[in-house]
Write a protein that binds this ligand. Structure first.
Ligand SMILES: *Cc1c(COP(=O)(O)O)cnc(C)c1O
Length: 378
């Protein structure tokens, strides 16, 4: 099936991660960035790049006084293990309403030196909200995704009432939300993410905005190990990552190209108008997608509650009479890429990455392409 050219988006990349990288970012790899590629990450040029990323993110996310931008290798998945090793003192509470929240819960459940986590589960397409956990078995970490990339459901990070008084930390997995969803970082202790979603770079790095309480927690937990039976491998040491980050370094060699792409995207977002601009642009895309679905008899937003419908990753269920896999394949044949649902969700669904690199006009064009494909599938 050939979709008429005038219907096609200017750029057909709608992946939910890795996501569209803007051509100007790729150009930077061969212009300004070319000078740092293939040079030592211990020398000023790469350190300056890390500094640019850290100060740009501090601006973009309005990082509060005393909070620090920390980074290391291994992506958000590595950060879950770092959190289990260094940030959870005894027991974590997890909101689990999709694959990613569930994976972090599984990570703390596996740690032999931690008590079994409290897992608040909700069906995919809905959200579970963190709640107070007082008493004997109180938790010292509350953890939730900001945006559950596997289902397209988002929440607003807010401190659990009473948690600060109990010294419990708020850990927010913002891998697909940071830089595109509004956030008040004073409501969080660790707001962590990776560059391959909103920041339109390659994967492999984790970044975390950490509060003084989180920094203090890690120092205390790490100092008590291994005498208390906990093993903190150097690679998973939050405090080691912090020390390196303060020097605009990473413990081991980072992907310099990823840092270039990330720095370019952070600067671009700032130049466009910062987080407010980014959030508004994603909202515009999301409104176009959800309004389109609601106007079709054969499509509907997967997330029932409009307040929890993600403005960065849109999930649209298709009627059982339409094979979403065939729609995805026809789109792919025409250069419209990666709108398949999360593999383990197993729904007859389209999932659309609407990160700030994606032009809202291209999301509009995508909906026209889906209309065309559905009409011509026969
Ligand atoms: C993509 C994603 C992850 C995993 O990120 P990696 O960098 O691949 O480890 C974790 N959490 C959320 C919410 C994600 O979207």
């Amino acid at each position: 099936m050939t979709i008429p050219a005038h219907l096609l988006p200017a750029d057909g990349r709608f992946g939910s991660g890795p996501s569209k990288i803007r051509p100007a970012q790729i150009d930077a790899l061969t212009s300004a960035g070319a000078a740092v590629l293939g040079t030592s990450h211990r020398q000023p040029a790469v350190k300056d790049l890390v500094r640019r990323v850290r100060s740009g993110l501090a601006d973009l996310l309005a990082v509060p006084d005393g909070y620090e931008v920390v980074l290391g290798n291994g992506g958000s998945t590595a950060f879950w293990e770092i959190a289990a090793a260094c940030l959870v003192e005894r027991r974590a509470q997890h909101a689990s309403f999709g694959e990613f929240g569930a994976k972090f819960a599984a990570a703390t459940a596996r740690a032999p030196f931690l008590a079994a986590p409290q897992v608040l589960r909700a069906e995919p397409g809905t959200v579970a909200l963190l709640e107070p956990s007082p008493g004997e078995d109180a938790v010292d970490v509350h953890a939730t995704p900001h945006n559950e990339t596997s289902t397209g459901a988002m929440i607003t990070p807010t401190r659990v009432p009473g948690s600060a008084e109990r010294g419990a930390l708020m850990l927010i997995d913002a891998t697909s939300g940071a830089g595109a969803l509004p956030v008040d970082l004073t409501q969080t202790d660790v707001y962590y993410f990776a560059p391959q979603k909103v920041f339109a770079a390659d994967g492999g790095l984790w970044l975390a905005i950490a509060s003084p309480a989180a920094i203090e927690r890690a120092a205390r937990v790490e100092a008590a190990a291994p005498a208390d039976g906990r093993w903190v491998p150097e690679f998973l040491s939050f405090t080691t990552a912090l020390t390196n980050s303060r020097a605009n370094q990473t413990l081991n060699t980072p992907a310099v190209a990823t840092l270039v792409l990330l720095a370019e995207q952070v600067d671009w977002l700032l130049a466009q108008g910062g987080l407010e601009w980014s959030a508004a642009r994603c909202r515009e895309s999301a409104t176009a997608l959800y309004d389109w679905a609601q106007a079709r008899t054969w499509a509907s937003p997967f997330v029932a509650d409009p307040a929890h419908r993600s403005t960065v990753v849109g999930t649209i269920d298709l009627d059982a009479t339409i094979d979403a896999g065939a729609v995805v394949a026809a789109l792919r044949d025409n250069g419209v890429l990666d709108v398949f649902p999360y593999r383990k969700l197993g729904r007859n669904q389209l999932r659309v990455g609407m990160f700030p690199a994606v032009d809202p006009a291209d999301v509009q064009a995508l909906t026209a392409c889906v209309d065309y494909v559905v009409e011509h599938l026969g």
